[in-house]
Design a protein around this ligand. Sequence first.
Ligand code: SF4
Length: 71
Amino acid sequence: MRMKDGHCAALEVRHDAAGRPEFFCTIYENRPEICRDLGRGSPECLGDLETKAAAVAAVVAAPSARPAPQV
Ligand code: SF4
């Protein structure tokens, strides 16, 4: 797994109409086995989310993750 800016390079942060961040795996169909083994919402997944909360906050706050201003 290649890393970029402290997170998986395949992770893309998008924003919904209300500006809330949404997280997408850009290689979802081809994601590695370790990602497939971590069931979404499983205790292991939730534990990982808690452990990495600060890193997630940094990704969301990064200028490249913010939506472009509407003109
Ligand atoms: S599912 Fe795996 S490959 Fe996809 S963004 Fe998350 S860590 Fe990266």
